[in-house]
Write a protein that binds this ligand. Sequence first.
Ligand code: NAP
Length: 314
Amino acid sequence: MASDAEKVVIIGSGCAGYTAALYTARANLRPLLLTGAMPGGLLTTTSIVENFPGFPEGVDGTDLMIRMQQQAERFGARVQFGSAVEAVDFSQRPFKLTVDGEEVRALTVIIATGAGHRHLGLESEDKLEKKGVTYCATCDGALPPFRNQPLVVVGGGDSACEEATFLTRFGSRVYLIHRRDQLRASKIMAERVLSSDKIEPIWDSVVTDVLDVQQDKVTGVRIKNLKTNAERTLPCAGVFVAIGHVPNTQLFQGQIDLDDAGYVIRHSGAQTNVPGVFVAGDCSDHVYRQAITAAGMGCQAAIEAERYLALQNI
Ligand code: NAP
């Protein structure tokens, strides 16, 4: 074995990454985990996680991730904060990663890069990001410009419902704009939204423009009813976009097999098409996308990496 090569490098620090780190650490492989720009992953942008087993009262998303980090470190995982992987080369062995300009060599790699927020794709949305357009109500909802103002949430899934419910604490009114007339969200989340007297669903509608780029702040949205084609302006001080996620896999394009939507393709368990490169969590899962399923996949990837190394007497 190349003596300076890491046995296991884990890219990503969400539930999948930290669980992979915990298991490979307990297998004495001293994994190196590169957190990326968002330590703890997307769960740190949520408030209370109510569906992670073992926490009957719920647990704060950031607390949960810090606990996972500490648990992995307790067994010898090395967590490198903020480190961005700039390039990977899986065509040579050990694998080569460029991390903050330095070369890191790895005998196995576990990809656990998660997913990022999907954008509406409007020019005005990009121009007004952080000036009233946001992708995280828990992070930004309490900011002064949003207090006692009408707010808009876009989407019909659990995230949109969670954000809308959370924003009722701050906004004067919350409009939930959804492109269909039925929510995709789980029953319990949908019921919370539909029974709230502060949330007004606007069905069959899409946002066609965010106003007002000229004023450099959000003053409203243009919305279009997809059934009638009628357009109108809805005044609001904030737009919270919650329309799903896109996998963070651009880095791996051309290196491993990705599907048409960019998710890493798993070949039996946690294996990618490159032996020695494993994958876990939301970057390879567009079906379940839960903290607990990501953690389960992290465990799978770790066990498979361990077996792969053991077969080579490492
Ligand atoms: P999601 O379930 O994929 O829902 C995305 C929503 O955005 C859908 O309603 C979709 O509409 C809409 N949408 C997608 N693209 C759009 C576009 N370009 N323009 C307008 N609307 C668009 O995503 P999510 O809500 O982020 O949830 C992701 C996963 O995390 C789910 O498995 C969810 O259960 C889970 N989650 C759980 C919790 C919790 O339990 N506490 C909280 C948040 C998320 P259509 O319905 O028409 O497709």
